[in-house]
Ligand binder design. Sequence first.
Ligand SMILES: [Zn+2]
Length: 344
Amino acid sequence: MKEKLLALKEEAFALIENTSDKKGLQDVKVKYLGKKGPITEVLRGMGKLSKEERPVIGALANEIRQAIELVIEQKQTKLQEELIQAQLESETIDVTLPGKSIKTGNAHPLTSIIEEIEDLFIGLGFSIAEGPEVEQDYYNFEALNLPKDHPARDMQDSFYITNEILMRTHTSPVQVRAMKKHQGEGPVKIICPGKVYRRDTDDATHSHQFMQIEGLYVDKKVRLSDLKGILTVFAKKMFGEDRDIRLRPSFFPFTEPSVEMDISCFKCGGHGCSVCKHTGWIEILGSGMVHPNVLEMAGFDSTVYSGFAFGMGPERIAMLKYGIDDIRHFYTDDVRFLEQFKRA
Ligand SMILES: [Zn+2]
């Protein structure tokens, strides 16, 4: 029996030596050390041995079992090392090759412009207000002095969901909501940036969805000269310190008086060029003193409170500032266009 065990050992060792992969080692392990293996078989037959022989053969069997286990383990480690070595040799890195650059994104030009305008007005004491894009007819039109049959509604045809619910056509309903929240107590000093929707045919200067930023300041004794002062600061910060502004009479149902604000052309300095259509001035935004009806509907006493409001399109500002010729560039997600606005 002793010889049989020793022979098994030799046989196993030889097999292990000749094995060159993990799978083969596993097979040897199962074959010699498994429950149905020859060593277990020998141990089972120990009952036939004499009392003196039993511990000697038992000890030898265990010894051989351990020896085989050890040799398998050593072989396993050796195979692993060989594998790593082979990998290292096959995957050598050429450190002189040019590296792969990591692609980074950048803020969308509209986001940048909006953040720039937000920062500017926050610096002037305004806070940011937001409201729903799916809006009630009341907030979008009626509370802004645009009753159901008002002809000025034609200028802002929208996408209606029901007769009373629509996609907002401007961010002005946010102003109404903010004023109502104040329950007749000023000051209200907000800017509202956001998406708006109009039933327009898309072309180089029109889009059915675009951005607006509106501002509102309601308090006691707010005057048109305050509006002019704020707009002058805005023009100089956005388009250069030597910008002048001018106000032209205009009409909006929700302001009285209403004005359009132009800036002196930043390209030609007022001499006339293609940017300013040879007038020396560029139209930037619409504004005016909040109509007393709008104040009253929002719960403010119009004999005590007054205010101004203005609204502009970030797309237009960005197009002017960056010389972009088509509003559709902002929405088509062309990386070649967007990557031009990467900040260094
Ligand atoms: Zn010009």
